[in-house]
Write a protein of this length. Structure first.
Length: 221
């Protein structure tokens, strides 16, 4: 199924994305916008990006959750070979932060069992960990895009739309995206902070549940 009921949003071109940990709404919108989505499997790891970082809305404001990477790796190590570090109990820390932020949301109890296992099972590789989380998210949204992993690295990946570095947690580094505009939805702390756009997709899912799909569609331009 390639979103046939919403074909007006689909682009014929393919888009290339980096891997991402609990990715933001903008990232997930690309799976509803493009016929073919490619994930970069041959790049080198880039720090301070969504590859191993998610941003949630906690009681004190936006909070980054960072998956630690094993030290001593080669600077030219392929992203699919990048190992997760378990020197700290980051899984426990991340899950506690998620529970603290979202346990009062309308859909946390419904979706809790979909996400908790990722913080109990130990994954060796970051790419595999992210991929399984992505599959779970797409399953919750009930969409089945064509997703492929690149077979080699191309600096200028014709004919793909290259979004490997476009979606960034650092606002000064992100690139303009004329096809996405965050649509406000009810957030658990919006009375304190107002609407905080483009957080991790779990913020939308826990707050909006089955309405999340429509919210993403309304964000697509």
């Amino acid at each position: 199924m390639i979103y046939s009921t919403h074909s007006k949003f689909m682009h014929d071109t393919s888009i290339l994305l980096s891997t991402a940990y609990l990715p933001p709404v903008q990232y997930i919108s690309k799976f509803l916008s493009y016929n073919n989505v490619w994930l970069e499997g041959h790049e080198h790891f880039v720090k301070q990006t969504y590859r191993n970082r998610a941003v949630i809305l906690a009681a004190n404001g936006p909070e980054s959750l960072i998956v630690p990477i094993e030290k001593g790796r080669s600077p030219k190590q392929k992203i699919t070979d990048l190992r997760i570090s378990y020197d700290t109990n980051w899984q426990h820390i991340h899950w506690n932060a998620i529970v603290s932020a979202y346990n009062s949301t309308p859909f946390f109890e419904i979706l809790e069992d979909d996400f908790r296992p990722f913080f109990e099972k130990r994954y060796e590789y970051l790419f595999d960990f992210n991929q399984d989380i992505l599959n779970a998210i797409l399953g919750i949204l009930e969409v089945e895009p064509i997703v492929s992993t690149t077979e080699d690295f191309e600096a200028v990946p014709e004919p793909f739309l290259n979004f490997r570095e476009a979606i960034q947690p650092k606002k000064q580094k992100e690139l303009p995206d004329q096809n996405f505009e965050a649509i406000p939805y009810t957030q658990v702390f919006d009375d304190k902070f107002g609407f905080t756009p483009n957080l991790s997709i779990i913020d939308l899912l826990f707050n909006c549940g089955s309405a999340s799909y429509e919210t993403i569609l309304r964000s697509i331009r």
